[in-house]
Design a protein around this ligand. Structure first.
Ligand SMILES: [Zn+2]
Ligand SMILES: [Zn+2]
Ligand SMILES: [Zn+2]
Length: 396
């Protein structure tokens, strides 16, 4: 199938696209937008196959953009190079390459029946980050995650078969369409609290990190050798004065069972008295905080956003959202079920399940326009980061 693509710049910052494919329309379209220059940025949209026009507004007048329209599952694509400055004309490009993001680093933290993978992506287009856990070549679990997700905890709740002592290969890779790139693997063994280092001693340590259960500040190895050695810190229970110990990665009073959590200043707070509770991403758990002027909560340690959907009491991480993130906003916002439909929780734009991909949703736009006011900043960040501001579309 061939695609013809026209692009026009009616005024500064606005790019109007019109395209047409030969034959019957595909089930969906990809719009891949690359901001060229010294520090390229990438973002993509997945649209319903019936869409044939799209408008970007508020792009930078000083940057060239390369915009591709593709039909997934098909090699057909069309590409233009355009400067969003009034009076300039778009240049049609032939066979422009599609730079795919890769994995640049992978770290795994082994814990009690739990493995947490942390990774970083290089800049480029990406549909999904693919995480898998194998034990002796047998697949234990596989997840296709939004590219905004940068860490995943695999525990007994996700994989019932995960046991301490299993030698697990954790792999992370990126997927764009059907192309899987940069498979990185770290081997790790889950083990009970306090036994993690022993259980993993025989393995390559480069990709492993261990949970920190120390009460003292880190030693200043290169400081004054005559400095007095810091006395081991003893934390007594603030309720009953009893002794405390680490249990299930939580500092717990051995007498009255009150549990404590450390804040950023090193103080230990009674876990039951926290206003927003604890994060779901880290172990030991960290405090959830709310930035001034924002309504969203994030982990004080990892920065991961904790989302509460309408009508729900529990907070979710992006990787636990039932429908993933929208295609209409930058940064992308959670999709939620609305009667028979799935809609963006912010813009209310309708989405439908992508053919052949149960996890993915495509946008069925009511007005084919994206206000890109926030896109350049997000592109600078490599990918859209999830934050409270920068919603691209007004609520209807
Ligand atoms: Zn106590
Ligand atoms: Zn956390
Ligand atoms: Zn949205």
């Amino acid at each position: 199938m061939g695609i013809t693509l026209d692009a026009a710049v009616p005024r500064d910052g606005t790019v109007c696209l019109n395209w047409n494919g030969e034959g019957s329309p595909p089930t969906q379209w990809w719009l891949l937008v690359e901001r060229t220059g010294a520090r390229p940025g990438y973002t993509s949209l997945t649209l319903d196959g019936g869409v044939k026009a799209w408008r970007f507004e508020n792009l930078s007048r000083h940057q060239r953009y390369r915009i591709q329209v593709r039909a997934p599952g098909d090699q057909a694509s069309a590409c233009v190079d355009v400067l969003p400055r009034e009076g300039s004309t778009a240049v049609t490009e032939q066979g422009a390459p599609v730079p795919q993001a890769g994995i640049t680093q992978l770290l795994v933290m082994p814990q009690d029946r739990r493995l947490t993978a942390y990774w970083t992506l290089s800049s480029g287009f990406v549909d999904r980050t693919v995480v898998a856990v194998h034990v002796e070549g047998r697949l234990l679990g596989r997840w296709e995650l939004e590219p905004e997700v940068r860490s995943l905890s695999v525990d007994a709740a996700r994989v019932a078969a995960l046991q301490n002592g299993m030698v697990c290969d954790v792999t992370v890779a990126t997927r764009l369409g059907t192309v899987v790139q940069d498979v990185m693997t770290v081997r790790a063994v889950p083990a009970p609290q306090g036994r993690e280092r022993d259980a993993n001693r025989a393995l390559t340590q480069a990709g492993l990190v261990y949970p920190c259960l120390s009460l003292t500040d880190e030693l200043d190895l290169f400081g004054d050798a005559n400095a007095p050695v810091a006395a081991a810190r003893v934390i007594s229970c603030g309720s009953c004065g009893g002794a405390t110990a680490w249990r299930d990665y939580t500092l717990t009073c051995t007498s009255c069972a009150v549990r404590f959590i450390r804040n950023a200043r090193g103080d230990f707070l009674d876990l039951s008295k926290l206003r927003f509770g604890t994060c779901r991403c880290c172990l030991p758990h960290k405090i959830l905080i709310q930035d001034a002027g924002s309504t969203s909560l994030r982990c004080s340690h990892s920065g991961k956003e904790h989302i509460r959907l309408e009508g729900e009491t529990v907070h979710r991480l992006i990787e636990d959202l039932p429908y993933g993130l929208c295609q209409c906003c930058r940064p992308r916002r959670p999709l939620r079920k609305d009667g028979d439909n799935v809609r963006c929780s912010v813009s209310r734009e309708m989405h439908r399940r992508a053919a052949g991909d149960v996890a993915a949703f495509v946008l069925v736009p009511s007005a084919p326009v994206l206000d890109a006011a926030a896109i350049d900043e997000l592109m600078d960040a490599g990918l859209a980061d999830i934050c409270a501001t920068g919603v691209s579309r007004a609520r209807r």
